[in-house]
Structures are given as C-alpha cells and as structure tokens.
Design a protein around this ligand. Sequence first.
Ligand code: SAH
Length: 366
Amino acid sequence: MPVPGELTFVAPRGAKPPRHLADLSPADRREAVVELGEKPFRANQLARHYFGRLSADPAEWTDIPAASRGKLAEALLPDLMSVVRHVSCDDDTTRKTLWKLFDGTLVESVLMRYPDRVTMCISSQAGCGMNCPFCATGQAGLTRNLSTAEIVEQIAAGMRALQSGEIPGGPARLSNVVFMGMGEPLANYNRVLAAIRRLTDPAPDGLGLSQRGITVSTVGLVPAMNRLADEGLSVRLALSLHAPDDELRDTLVPVNTRWKVAEVLDAAWNYAERSNRRVSVEYALIKDINDQAWRADLLGRKLRNRRVHVNLIPLNPTPGSKWTASRPEDEREFVRRLEAHGVPVTVRDTRGQEIDGACGQLAAAG
Ligand code: SAH
C-alpha cells in the first residue's frame, strides 16, 4: 500500500522534461526572459549565476530584484533531477551517482579524480537502443532521450561537488567529459550537440570547458558521425569498434549490420581530418571472442598509418554474462601486435569496477 505523503510524483509516459536555462541558446534565453515580462539582460544575469557560478539558488542572486527571482527560477531553473544515491570507491575519488529524473527515470554518471585531471562520464539517454550484448545498458533497451539540460546538469552537479571540496583532494576543476555513460550520444544528436555548446561556450554563456577535453563515443552511426564532422568542433570522437571484421562485429555491435566496418572507419578518418584530432578506437577485450592474435593483426592492418589511438578495455562482465575479460597473456599479445603495426595503444584502467561504475556497467539497477 502506498503511504500518503510518501508518494512521489511520476509524470505520465511521454511527458517532456521541464524547460531549463541549459536547454536554451543565449538568444532563446533572452526571448524566454522577455516572455516572462522581464528585461532581456536578466537572461545574462541568470547565465552568470548558473553557468558562471554554478548557482541554482535564487537566494544568492542578489543582483536580481527579489520579486523577479522566484519567477525566473520557477520558469527557467526547475529541479530536473535528484540524487538517489552516491557510491564511492578508490578512497572516494571515484564516485558514481544514480539520478532520478522528473518522470522517475533513472540514469547514472561517474566522476573520476586523478592526480592530474578530473573526468566525468555522463549519460546521454536513459537506457540505450543499440543492443550490444556485452553492455549492461544495452540489455534493458531505450527508455528515452535525455534533454540538453538533463545532460548539462550531470556536469554542473559534478562541478559543484568539485568546487565545494566534497570530493577528497581539495577544490578542483573538471577537465574532461566523456559521453560513455548510458546511451548512444549520436542517436540523441541535437540535444547532445546543444549540450556540448553549453559545456564549452565560455562563461557566462556556458560552463567554459575545453572542447578538446570532451569525448563523444559512438557505436558508429555513420551519417551522424559525418554530420558531427561538419560542425567544426574539436571534441574527440571515440568509435566503439570491438571487432575488425564484419562477421564478429555484426554480433558484438548489432548496428554493424547497417554500417559496416569499412564504412565506420571511413567516417572516423573523415572526422579525424575535419577535427584535426586522432580518433580513439575502443575495443573491449573479450576472452576467446575478439582477442585472437589474427584479429589483432587484422585490426593493426586496418588502422596503421591512420590518425588513431586504440583503447583496449578489459571486458567488465555484466551480471549473468557468459563472457569474461581476456587472459593477461592474450591481452599482452594483442597490444604487442598492434604496436608492431605502429598503432598507438593503451589499456584502459577499470576504475569504479567494484561500484559497478566502470565502462559498460551503468545499468541503473536501482
Ligand atoms: N553508446 C556509446 C557510448 C556508451 S558505452 C558507445 O557504444 O560508444 C562506452 C564504451 O564502453 C563503449 O566503447 C562500449 O562499447 C564500452 N562498453 C560497454 N559495455 C562494456 C563492458 N561490459 N565492458 C567493457 N566495455 C564496455
């Protein structure tokens, strides 16, 4: 039986997240403020508070008349998400947050503090429709796209936590953002692109992060990759390849049945050229599935002399999975063969594994 007072509001399916300042371009913000009967410059003041100072608390906006603050906050800075819980490890320098959105949907983000940088891994969709069999998020299917502001708020919240010293090591700045949480960012193209603008526009129009510190990871949606290349950004593209041959990739990354290895690699090289940045090829090493020496050689031949860096990710087995990470000797041999082809390669660290916060484990299990 539901207990009165404990009922939480759950929006009807299909309802849109409330409009938020971070959804709007600077021009749209001015328009929205004027529609509320306020002077256009209030939009700039609001942006200074939200993007510049990370303040969403009207009590702190002393340059705005008290009578206007409540109205502006209600209309443009609604609460989009609440923390269900934080889970930490690595002496609290890795922290996963489970968020509940306005309609009860759950998504996760992860903050990782290293000695020389701080990275946040964020979600672009609730769930994912790409159905990769080794990925926890893929198992549950797609619930919905996140709004631009729901994406930006994950970052703003992380920046607030860093600024306030909540994360051990003293106040710090966020340096990197990776779209490697839940969802396929290029399947939510417009909102993700707008989020990148909000994250990277210089303060106070945006959060002032460097485009070069942002990585968009994709299964390989070729038209969207080419479109992203046309935007003229310097964000990094990561391509989740996981197999160098179509036969295996059709299974590991089912969208490969639509866009083949040769096509996704062409789109990746186009992106590298346009953005003037190396593409990162992601390859989860799965024992006896994709870690054979001949596949390393095939991958090496396809990537040699290209603007690329390979990131090998030891598979994080999802619950009930029949697959596990490669044997250490097979991983070493895979690295050696790629290097023999002159392909730069690193093995990704698996931070957050024990809190189910590592790559591909974000499943918002509750
Ligand atoms: N949909 C995007 C971004 C989210 S996943 C994409 O697929 O690129 C981020 C990375 O984690 C991808 O390279 C993905 O293939 C990888 N990944 C997913 N599940 C994993 C797992 N169980 N172990 C290791 N890597 C995994």
